[in-house]
Write a protein that binds this ligand. Structure first.
Ligand code: AVI
Length: 327
């Protein structure tokens, strides 16, 4: 018997919940406790992240937006290479606010390219495939809904044109450095010689500026972190008393690691499904790393994953870089 589309959707939703549950239990039963920041982004988390991007202390979004707004022509020139038709793939496209500046420019110059946004959210892909051709008439777009590398395989199967991959927003900083190198190696393995990657890195700067961005006065980052506990309550039958956890952010200027934690305000137990988790007073849950880089480190990362750095674009303050690598 073949499954109906509804049954297939239900099964994959159940699998996602099961994986979420297993990851949460595994993370909260190891020492020190940890949760994976990729689970920040449910519908509520997406909204809080939007608020965060608009808050005065959170600078990375504005810096990269400035690069895409003011260096559009140079960026376009670099990625166009010899001018042959190419595929522009964006990993984790979101609402494509920043990349839209590049897309508009390429379209206005009648460059022959297809935009392939990849996102884990079907909503995002549906929205982009409807909205972008309205705001950028004539844009060729093929949305791909799924995991990055599964979708890159699909993109390779769709055409043998040269590929340019955008991986922006300093998303690479949410992996520990060794995992980020592994990620870039896998990315390289999904590309052909001559393909390109445009990678957004948040750079080392005044530790106070960095810490303020991850410990904003309005408490948006705190809500962003605590939302994961609410999400566990909502989706995994948890009973976190969220008011008994506080947000704590650190930045280490030596390593460039900005880390956030939730701290248990008292001795307490929490149940999630049929598991009981004990928290000592002041015990922490490690939530997220947002790694900051030097230019030398970005070049080293390119070299150790099989890319050659060929160009870079900075914002005016040099707080952020979009590095251009060739495979
Ligand atoms: C998505 N990512 C690059 C953000 C960052 O800056 O690490 C997520 C974030 N976490 C706290 N504030 C923003």
């Amino acid at each position: 018997q073949t499954a109906t589309p509804n049954e297939i959707m239900e099964t994959s939703a159940n699998n996602a919940i099961q994986t979420f549950y297993e990851d949460v239990i595994k993370g909260l039963t190891t020492t020190p406790k940890r949760l994976n920041s990729m689970y920040f982004y449910d519908a509520v988390g997406d909204k809080i992240f939007q608020e965060l991007m608009d808050c005065p202390e959170y600078y990375p979004t504005n810096c990269e937006l400035e690069i895409f707004k003011t260096k559009t022509a140079e960026l376009a020139q670099t990625i166009m290479g010899s001018g042959d038709a190419f595929d522009l793939i964006e990993l984790g496209a979101g609402d494509a606010t920043k990349s839209s500046f590049l897309l508009k420019h390429l379209q206005s110059q009648q460059v022959n390219f297809t935009y392939l946004p990849i996102d884990i959210s079907a909503n995002v892909i549906n929205y982009l495939t409807v909205k972008l051709p309205l705001t950028i008439p004539g844009l060729k777009i093929t949305g791909l809904n799924g995991q990055y590398f599964d979708m890159m395989k699909q993109a390779a199967a769709l055409s043998n044109r040269r590929k340019v991959v955008l991986f922006m927003g300093s998303n690479i900083g949410n992996m520990p450095v060794n995992e980020a190198v592994e990620f870039c190696k896998v990315l390289r393995n999904h590309l052909e010689h001559g393909d390109m990657a445009v990678i957004g890195f948040d750079l080392k700067k005044s530790p106070k500026t960095i810490l303020a961005a991850y410990n904003d006065q309005g408490g948006i980052t705190k809500r962003f972190n605590l939302n994961l506990l609410h999400r566990i309550n909502r989706e995994l039958d948890g009973n976190f008393d969220v008011s008994q956890f506080d947000h704590y952010a650190t930045y280490d200027p030596e390593t460039g690691a900005c880390k956030s934690y939730l701290i248990s305000q008292k001795e307490q137990t929490v149940t999630i499904g049929n598991q009981t988790i004990y928290f000592a007073k002041d015990e922490h849950i490690y939530m997220e790393i947002s790694q900051k880089f030097t230019i030398t480190q970005t070049d080293q990362m390119a070299a150790s994953s099989g890319f050659k750095p060929v160009d870079r674009f900075f914002d005016i303050k040099k707080w952020f870089v979009d590095a251009i690598w060739v495979a």
